[in-house]
Design a protein around this ligand. Sequence first.
Ligand code: ATP
Ligand code: MG
Length: 557
Amino acid sequence: MRNIMEDTPVSNFLQSILSEDLASGRVTEIVTRFPPEPNGYLHIGHAKSISVNFGLAKANGGRCNLRFDDTNPEKESQEYIEAIQADVRWLGYAWDGAVRYASSYFQQLYEWAVYLVQQGDAYVCDLSADEARQYRGTLTAPGRNSPKRTRTVAENLDLLARMKAGEFEEGSRVLRAKIDMSSPNMNMRDPILYRIRKVAHHQTGSHWVIYPTYDFAHGQEDAIEGITHSICTLEFEDHRPLYDWFIEHLPVPSRPRQYEFGRLNASFTVTSKRKLKQLVDAGVVTGWDDPRMPTISGMRRRGYTPAAIRKFCDMIGTTRSDGVVDVAMLEFAIREDLNDNAVRGLCVLDPLKVVLTDYPQDKVEELSAPGHPSRSDLGARVLPFTRELYIDREDFREEANKKYKRLVLGKRVRLRHAYVIEADAVVRDEQGNITEIHAHTIPDTLGRDPEDGGKPKGVIHWVSVSRGKQAQVRLYERLFNHEAPDKGDNAFMDHINPNSLKVIMSAWIEPSLAGARPEQSFQFEREGYFVADRYDHSPDQPVFNRTIGLRDSWNES
Ligand code: ATP
Ligand code: MG
């Protein structure tokens, strides 16, 4: 396979902008921010934004703030605030100074709203939502001025103060900027700055009953924090004239600029907090951090690594267009990282007993296997070899053609890191199912071929019955069986893969695996990459989650 990871530098037009701004002296330091709204857990798309904002700041010796854009109290919560911080840290980034909140600037924003009113640049409007829609016009027809647009400054100041004091009903009045109702850009048609919302806020309690809109808040927050490059996704491109309008019309302490890049969308994946929340609320998954979720915490629990996620974000580049990335690229990055770094282990997922009839009952040989085939720093494991072993049911057949390179009755196979054995007989239960295989070892075959020339056809994995341990193994597949589950509004709920989770209660693991640290990754030889579950794994009750198979089986026909 072509190694995508080693391709030459990916396009990043943002770096060019930063380099020019530093070279020309427009800025002396790069200051960016990552501004999540705490209304859900972060997903792979946010990972891209994090890697862009923190990554660019770091690469240019600058700083990046973490700012919660908490202007919609209804949908926000402390749980999300904490989860988001944990996710950013886990990805390996550090924000500058303390965590920031849009809500800590509410007083300043309000004063700036008053300032706009005083300048004649904002007014209180009483149109109902329906009326406002009619006055707004359409993409092809200009809007009309609100009848309230001509209110005097004094009247507007009075009404705004009373909005703030809670005198009016929700939805009865808004504060709007006075810009241009015939602008071809709908965002410039007297946009709303403040709306009445009589709900408590997770940070400010019941102090405020009016809340600023995203548009009125965002750029001003950037200015307060001295952000030089306010990087966001393309859907905000049409908001940029408004962003600039506020910066020009307000006495803000700095002049940030907004830049947009294409959102990350991935095949077989949903990247919308709203839709992910629906999966959680409907019980399709066990929570935001279910290993099948494309959330950062879900990927973490699945065994994806921060390094692989960062690499993926670099690999796909940053462009000025929205596109859909093949999720196989992310999986490729994970596989490559785990192949390089995961300790090896033997785990039998579907145990079938093999009795080595020539091997003494109580004998235990402590064989040794490397922690990793090419990294001596990952040490060695002890593999106890005993008379009774488990192999995977799939690795035995009574008869098979030459293509089957596993154990066949009357034939030989090598046990990984151990002896060559030959199968002699099968034992069956009353229904005729094979319950046991009788076999014998071929002497002197540790690390070498049999002397009699009867070379084994293949290598299979195994675990000692008496020295191995039982484990629960969770086999995860993609959550969606449709390439574009996100197309259409609720269609994604119809594309859930019914086989996205299979739980194996009694897999058998080599003893060293029981000592796994939670979140430690392994390659189970011949099976794939697995991680000890972050919450449920313990040495007494080992639990592993499959991160990903050894190869991309989805694209194989
Ligand atoms: P969602 O639609 O999932 O709610 P959002 O854009 O509303 O996403 P925010 O919390 O407002 O989520 O986003 C924080 C930052 O992450 C924003 O700058 C946003 O542009 C960026 N971001 C969100 N989704 C993506 C994505 N798919 N690709 C790149 N950046 C993204
Ligand atoms: Mg949002």
